[in-house]
Structures are given as structure tokens and as C-alpha cells.
Design a protein around this ligand. Structure first.
Ligand SMILES: *Cc1c(COP(=O)(O)O)cnc(C)c1O
Length: 429
């Protein structure tokens, strides 16, 4: 398999280069050269397949010629060692709980996968690899957890000061070891810009081997296609027309769904569900894409004003607004709306949803048609947003053990501004 850049101005590369580069030299995002369909046999067996089995079949199509099957199987089994259950709220509304991994957010899927794949691709090399990751809250901890103690790999996590929840901050800043947390006096978009600029800086790249574990990296976003298959499979044989509502920020999650559909998964349509940072729903409406600074919301992991993976979406739909809007519907919800749907799910179904999941729920409530089945993604455990959840629902929600352990650890973070040269000096050390 070869991977091309969405900007089409740099050469195609193999898997190792695509994963280690992260971003292509022309500033584009890597995409697989072709996407084959999965077999009829695969879809017949789908309801019985485990998550690692699904991962194995999907990655076989994408990476087979570059990684031997035994290793591929091990990576999938090791990375996907937790459940992703489909929970029924009503006859036609289901939620896929993506938060049962170690850091309680869906990003564990990609974070664990990329760490194992990168460790495999660089095994036995002398050069240390430096992973730079910008986070709006959840990516950082999933990447930190995935890479913690992986030999030969250093991880730098950039997060916007004061814009992540308390638990998220504890999860980002307490690992130590090969994980360095950097608190940026700015927004998530500023963090993302620093990381992107670092990849394009010639001098820095001569001194250090840099790569990314954001969803700009194809090894982060592609594995997220696995749970679309898994969620669909859990509906049983012949589930009919299925709509997937995806709470979205940087759009890695939704783009992975588009890949699953290309591989043959019969998803009727997607709903791109956002908070007020709604540049993609806006584009779906009127064909105008206007990236702008992000606005802080209670669904902070989706506070993205210039979503990176939009480039991949355009690429998949051949830059056609008409084609994209035929398969993806937009939906946006402000904070008040998010809170009101959190209350509704709780009152109607005794289900505690986090603010991000509630946006997906709202999308289905408003846009699902009578004959359709809808799945919305619960992208994080509600305890990660305990302040908002408890305040909205007037409850004292439970914190799972795997999150509690972070609360008593000591925060260690470096403070930096948004100046690139300052960041660069810090990295060169
Ligand atoms: C990252 C994140 C999202 C947004 O996912 P994208 O792939 O960036 O669109 C949604 N919800 C939660 C809880 C997240 O952590």
C-alpha cells in the first residue's frame, strides 16, 4: 500500500514513512492509495467477530504488505483489549460506548494502536522518536497512556491552559518519565499550529526526529473505523438503515467512519454533530468553509475551529460539496442545548451522558426519521466532565477507579506561550 498526501504535492510513501512523518511535507494529510472492500463473508460473520478480529481484518486490507500477519494480529489484540458495547436506549436509538479504555475516551483506540504500531516500525533503531501532540483534552492522555514507557519514544503533549477539565489535566500532567506535558497560554488551535509549524521547520527536523500522534496521523485515525463495524455488528443480522451520529471536533472520528463505509459497511448517512464550533455543519449547509478561532464550550474536546481532517473528507468526496452533503448531515448544539439533552437522556432513560455524547443524542432526536435506527457515539466517560455533569443533573456521579488514581498525583507541566521560537528552543533543549 502507498499513501498519498491530500495536497498532492509530495511523493507517495510507504506505511513507515507515513506514520513517522505524520504530516506530509506539502502540509497535506496522508491517505491510503486505494481502499478495498471487505468480503461478503466478513459481513456475514460480523455480529460474531470480536473487536481485535475486526481490527485484524480491516488492517490486513490496509497494511498487509508492510506488516506480517502475526505482528498485525498481536498489535490488534494488545491495543483493543477492552469492550465497546452498544447500549440500547430505545427501540431505535442506541449508543456505542467508546469509553471503556484506560483513559475513558474513544481516543484510546487510536492512541493504543499507534503506540504499538510505531514501536514495531522503529524497533532496533538508534534514533529517538519525538511524538508531538496537541490536545483539546482527551487525545493527550490517550497518547500518553499508549506510549508511556515505550522505549526510544519521547512524547510532548501541548494543551491549552485552563481549557481542559480538572480530571483531564491530571491525566495529562502526572505521567512523567518519557511523557512531557506543556501548558500553552492559548487555545487548542494555537497548540495545533505550534505542532504543525514544528513539522515544517527545517532546522528542527534536522536536529530531531519528529512525528505526530494526532488524528492527522493515519495510524491514529484509521483504527477508529473498527468500532463502526463493531457497533453495526452488535445490531445483529440485517439491521436495516443505520444512521451514525458522531460528536465531532477535529473530525478524525467521522472520517474513520467514511473509510468504514468505503470498505462496504452499509451506513445510510452520518451526522456531523458539533457544539457551536460548527464550521463543518456550516459547510454542509451552504458549501462555504470558514475556519475561525475556536470558542470554549462545555464539550471542550470538540472546541476546534479549523478541523484538520476536513482535508481528508474533501479528498474522499473529490472536493464535491454535493457528494459530501448527500452522505453527511450537519448538526450543532449550543451549551444550553447540550445541557438540556443531558437532562433528557437522564430523565427518560436513567442514562448519564457526557456533554459530547449528548450532542450526538440531540442529533438523533432531531434528525432521525421514523424507519431508521440511529447510533450515537458516547465518546467519553461522563466522569471526565464531572463538574458539568453533576451541575447539570444535580447528582454526584461516580468516578471509575482508573480515573481516581490520577487525582492524587502531582502535576508536572512546563508553561509556554504561543511563540514558535520559544517552543522550538524548548524542544531542542
Ligand atoms: C476528541 C473528542 C471528540 C472529537 O473527535 P474528533 O475525532 O476530533 O472529531 C469528541 N468527543 C470527545 C470526548 C473527544 O475526546
Amino acid at each position: 500500500m502507498r499513501y498519498y498526501s491530500t495536497n498532492l504535492k509530495s511523493p507517495e510513501v510507504g506505511l513507515k514513512e507515513a506514520v513517522l512523518k505524520g504530516l506530509a511535507p506539502d502540509n497535506g494529510l496522508y491517505m491510503p492509495d486505494y481502499i478495498s472492500g471487505l468480503s461478503t463473508e466478513f459481513f456475514r460473520k460480523l455480529p460474531e467477530l470480536s473487536l481485535p478480529e475486526i481490527g485484524f481484518e480491516v488492517t490486513k486490507l490496509l497494511f498487509e504488505d508492510e506488516i506480517d500477519l502475526k505482528t498485525l494480529k498481536e498489535i490488534n489484540e494488545d491495543a483493543l483489549s477492552f469492550e465497546i458495547p452498544l447500549v440500547s436506549l430505545s427501540e431505535n436509538i442506541k449508543t456505542l460506548e467508546l469509553f471503556h479504555g484506560p483513559t475513558c475516551a474513544f481516543k484510546d483506540v487510536g492512541g493504543r494502536f499507534i503506540a504499538r504500531l510505531m514501536a514495531h516500525l522503529t524497533r532496533g533503531e538508534d534514533n529517538e522518536i519525538n511524538v508531538l501532540t496537541a490536545t483539546s483534552g482527551d487525545t493527550g492522555s490517550a497518547v500518553a497512556s499508549g506510549f508511556y514507557n515505550v522505549e526510544g519514544i519521547n512524547v510532548f503533549i501541548l494543551f491549552p491552559k485552563g481549557k481542559v477539565s480538572h480530571i483531564q489535566e491530571q491525566q495529562l500532567t502526572t505521567y512523567g518519565g518519557n511523557i512531557t506535558a506543556i501548558e500553552i497560554d492559548g487555545t487548542f488551535d494555537d497548540c495545533q499550529k505550534l505542532v504543525k509549524t514544528a513539522f515544517l521547520d527545517k532546522e528542527l527536523n534536522e536536529k530531531l526526529t519528529l512525528t505526530s500522534a494526532n488524528s492527522i496521523n493515519l495510524a491514529r485515525f484509521l483504527p477508529q473505523s473498527f468500532y463502526y463495524f463493531s457497533g453495526y455488528g452488535q445490531l445483529g443480522q440485517n439491521p436495516g438503515e443505520v444512521v451514525m451520529a458522531v460528536p465531532s471536533g477535529n473530525f478524525g472520528n467521522l472520517t474513520a467512519g467514511l473509510i468504514a463505509k468505503k470498505m462496504g459497511l452499509p451506513i445510510k448517512r452520518f451526522i456531523a454533530a458539533t457544539n457551536v464550533n460548527d464550521v463543518v455543519p456550516e459547510y454542509l449547509n451552504d458549501g462555504e468553509f470558514n475556519p475561525r478561532p475556536s470558542i470554549k464550550t462545555i464539550a471542550n474536546a470538540m472546541d476546534v475551529g479549523n478541523p484538520s481532517n476536513f482535508a481528508r473528507m474533501l479528498d474522499l468526496f473529490e472536493n464535491s460539496h454535493e457528494k459530501m452533503s448527500a452522505e453527511i448531515q450537519g448538526y450543532r448544539l449550543n451549551d444550553e442545548g447540550i445541557r438540556s439533552y443531558m437532562k433528557e437522556i437522564y430523565e427518560q432513560y436513567h442514562y448519564v451522558a457526557d456533554p459530547h455524547g449528548a450532542v450526538g443524542y440531540g442529533a438523533l432526536k432531531e434528525l432521525l426519521k421514523e424507519n431508521e435506527t440511529g447510533i450515537f457515539f458516547e465518546t467519553a466517560h461522563p466522569a471526565k466532565f464531572k463538574d458539568v455533569v453533576d451541575d447539570t443533573l444535580k447528582i454526584d456521579s461516580e468516578i471509575p477507579e482508573r480515573l481516581k488514581v490520577f487525582l492524587n498525583k502531582e502535576k508536572k507541566a512546563h508553561n509556554l506561550g504561543i511563540d514558535f521560537n520559544e517552543f522550538k528552543s524548548f524542544l531542542i533543549g
